[in-house]
Design a protein around this ligand. Structure first.
Ligand SMILES: [Zn+2]
Length: 122
């Protein structure tokens, strides 16, 4: 029910742009009615896209190096670096690349600190 209300508000917010959009596209022969419909469709699609982006824990950024030296143990291997997770952000830190084993140790350690990492199946 709360979802339905939010969805309604979201669609209403999208309609705020209808008059402006209509001014633009009426020159292309579109009526106000079809502009409203276009915005309903756009809103219906983006409601779910926005929800996914803002609520999911899927916002996790990893960097991968095909080959390099692990910053922790010095082993020559494929390297991983977790840049961003839901409550973890190292995007402005000095890059720290780890081999598979060290990366696993690190993510275990971070998980123990309560940072939610889905991980590269590590
Ligand atoms: Zn290592």
């Amino acid at each position: 029910m709360a979802n339905a209300r939010r969805f309604g508000l979201y669609l209403a917010r999208w309609q705020l742009s209808t008059p402006i959009l209509w001014l633009v596209i009426r020159n292309l022969g579109a009526g106000l009615g079809s502009t409203v419909v276009a915005n309903l469709i756009g809103g219906a699609i983006f409601f779910w896209v926005d929800r996914f982006i803002f609520t999911s824990r899927a916002v996790e950024v990893w960097q991968f190096k095909d080959k390099g030296r692990c910053d922790a143990c010095g082993k020559e291997e494929s390297l991983w670096r977790l840049v961003k997770a839901s409550n973890y952000d190292k995007s402005s830190s000095r890059p720290h690349f780890l081999c598979m084993q060290c990366s696993k140790n690190k993510t275990d350690q971070l998980r123990a600190q309560g940072i939610k990492i889905r991980g590269k199946s590590l």
